[in-house]
Design a protein around this ligand. Structure first.
Ligand SMILES: Nc1ncnc2c1ncn2[C@@H]1O[C@H](COP(=O)(O)OP(=O)(O)OP(=O)(O)O)[C@@H](O)[C@H]1O
Length: 226
């Protein structure tokens, strides 16, 4: 297995608040990695640095040999659009668009024609058990349905890496497990690398490997009480 994406000794602070204090992690191509840790430990910040949304104060982010931390915002935005997919806790579907238009969005933003993007998006509805919901808007979907639509949107452009930040956090446990079954199943079919932030061990159990973030570091040993 070869490393596809990596953080090396990354630090990041929100003003005076340090969020990452030398975080390092490497993820293999096709691997499903769960990032766990207590609230406020830096999990989301690490995910956002890996995805090129935030730029580290120091350290490196390497994707496929590219120095993401050194790229300009426009380049990072193209990288996110062309190579990465995203699923967040609250689906964040565009409420004005239908479900199928939401799924097609990453393709349309990449310049794929509507006549090609919409059929490609539609194919995901059968795949994720969403048949018949293509023309609903987000307000007309259940939480689990909306999250499956968000998952389809995250995967439709066949990204190399899917970033999922608490993708089941707003769902009851049964619905959450159904979403995880679909996420892991489709990612494996496509060979997509998945970086999943969760604080739930039950959800992390779907991953190939778990790392723990504590105090802005990955797998930092527990402090010895003095
Ligand atoms: N936009 C922000 N502005 C200021 N401080 C922030 C911001 N986002 C996060 N922080 C702080 O950075 C630290 C790490 O936050 P982060 O969201 O990465 O942790 P987390 O492990 O994902 O937490 P949670 O599990 O609660 O989502 C925390 O101290 C948090 O309060």
């Amino acid at each position: 297995m070869s490393v596809v994406i990596e953080a090396r000794d990354v630090t990041f602070a929100f003003g005076q608040t340090p969020a990452l204090r030398g975080a390092s992690v490497a993820v293999d191509a096709g691997e499903i990695l769960a990032i766990m840790g207590p609230s406020g430990s830096g999990k989301s910040t690490l995910l956002h640095c890996l995805a090129g949304i935030l730029v580290p104060d120091s350290g490196e982010i390497l994707f496929d040999g590219i120095r993401v931390h050194a790229m300009a915002e426009t380049q990072r935005s193209s990288l996110r659009r062309d190579r990465f997919g995203f699923v967040f806790q609250f689906g964040q579907l565009v409420p004005e668009l239908t479900a199928v238009e939401n799924v097609a969005l990453p393709l349309l933003l990449s310049g794929v024609r509507r006549s090609q993007a919409l059929p490609k998006a539609r194919a995901w509805f059968a795949r994720l058990g969403l048949d018949g919901l293509e023309h609903r808007r987000s307000g007309e979907l259940s939480g689990g349905q909306a999250q499956r639509v968000a998952l389809a949107r995250g995967l439709v452009a066949e990204p190399q890496v899917l970033f999922a930040d608490e993708p089941t956090g707003a769902l009851d446990s049964l619905t959450g497990e159904q979403v995880m079954d679909l996420l892991v199943g489709t990612a494996r079919e496509q060979g997509t690398t998945v970086i999943l932030v969760t604080h739930e061990p039950r959800i992390a159990a779907y991953a190939d490997r778990e790392v723990m973030v504590r105090d802005g570091r990955v797998n930092a040993p527990d402090r010895i009480a003095s």
